[in-house]
Design a protein. Sequence first.
Length: 586
Amino acid sequence: MTDHSDSTTSNALALIDAYSRLSGASLLNEGLFGKLVASVADVILLVDQDNLVQYVQGAFPIEVGQSLTEAVDRESQAPLKAYLDRLGAKETSEPDTARVTSFSLSAVEDRISIMRWYEVMGIRDTGLQGNKPGILLLKDVSAEHQREQALRHELTHDSLTGLPNRNLFVSRLEAAVSAACQAQSQFVLLFFDLDRFKSINDALGHAVGDEMLRQVAERLSQLLGDQDLLARFGGDEFALLMPQAVDDLAGDRMCARILGALSEPVLIAGVELSIQTSIGVARYPDHSGTADGLIESADIAMYHVKARGRASYQYFDPKMNQGRFAQLQLEQELRKAVLGERLSVYYQAIVNLDDGKIMGVEALARWEHERLGLLQPKSFLALAEVAGLTAEVDFLLQRKALQDLAEWRDQGHQLFLSMNASAAQFADEKFAGWHQQHAARLGLAMSDIRLELTEQAMVERTETLLSRLQELRAAGVKIAIDDFGKGYSSLAYLQELPIDSLKIDRSFIAEISDSTDSVTLVDAIIAMARGLNLELIAEGVEREVQAKYLRGRGCNKAQGYLFGPVSSFAQIGDMLSNGSVSEVLT
Ligand code: C2E
Ligand code: CA
Ligand code: CA
């Protein structure tokens, strides 16, 4: 019973007492009583000793003759019955509602079954002899209850996807931990996010990102068992609690199902977007005995999946902790290095096979790390992506490379500069303007600037990417597809793209050896490039036989260790001064 109704209720109860003393059995049929009590109670019920409703005043879903105690919600049935029984047997008429303060029951309104909630304001016996009926004064609190439910839902659910949120997840996880602790059983927890979600969000806008999250949530919801709880943890992070996953492979099966469900692209506003996820799994009690510890373990495992190439899953392993610490430290250091512009650009010559002259250079990122020495891109670019630094890294390196190109030009060398660009850069609407501005500042010809984009980065072909490519080309920048052949680009796809050149992936060039007289794939790519009128550059040329083969088929531009290692600015300067590298092409 709530405080605010205390005095009105006891007034009403006093009234019942007084009235029953005065007028005996017929009190409830008197209109006067009803009117008086109706001002404090929404419903007045009279139930007999079998708890059957004998009289109803006000809107109530139970009719005369039905059992009240059987109609109410299951938790309230026993206490309500016990109380009414006691009331029937009691001599005194002291109000006692301490044990039954509210109940709910289902009602049919407009042919739809809904729940209604009532607060018990007072229960009294009538003081009558014989079948000792009880009187219940009820307040209809359904509206308040619904508001409270809605508020509670809002506090525990994510408004975008409708999934439980982090708060609810953590409290369910805590409950699962104590249940499993008592039962000495195990369960698993999955933690995952969507790979490259940030770049999609940046490139296509938040509305598309939101829609993607909604579709993902919907797909995943269909995979859940009765007891599983899927939550959106925040951003593109999801967590799945499987409190019933007692057998060792339940987690693996769920991971396979999730990866399968997300392997189909989503369709948003007519654009097909591929999604991938990396899942970390933690098991109670093996990996941690606490809710926080389990979340952290699964998170660490997820991080490892990402570092190893994504779109997969992994269970936590205590060994990961050390790796995680090192990663975090390196991430911090990378952030500082980018901020302090301490990443370096190295170069690889691109050579004309006909005359052995250096036509251009490709800029390649290096990190001269104080402790670890010269780091290759593979050991820090993935880290940059996780840290959201990809575009910054690329802009920094491109700015340095453009500066170097201007110096070579000042030394009298004519060459083009090819730079690796990330999808994140293409999301930046200032990209083309940025290059124009720097070229103008340094007095460089736009036609000497090239950007390389991998096929994978182009797979998510979006309006943004397309218009960015067009802007860059309109500004005079040449566009090359990097690692060509490694991806899945179709011919039709290439035809539609505003590009100038293809760089044959080095895995194809590696197929060319002394014993091969024809390498079909290389031949096919050469023929195709010619058909599409695209420039072709062979990558990873290590041996003379490969250079000769390519030249023989009409592909006369190449780069690779045959012509020299990846070199510093000064080393390239020396190579340029020496004129040509034709001595390796005898
Ligand atoms: P990539 O663009 O295909 O660059 C060529 C890679 O092949 C370079 O590796 C280079 O050292 C290596 N390479 C060159 N000639 C040969 C050869 O004859 N044989 C073999 N086996 N390898 C050769 P690196 O410098 O480790 O770069 C790896 C990848 O990292 C690059 O592949 C590129 O995709 C990416 N990358 C490098 N710098 C940047 C950057 O500044 N921004 C972005 N977004 N990506 C970069
Ligand atoms: Ca490249
Ligand atoms: Ca390449």
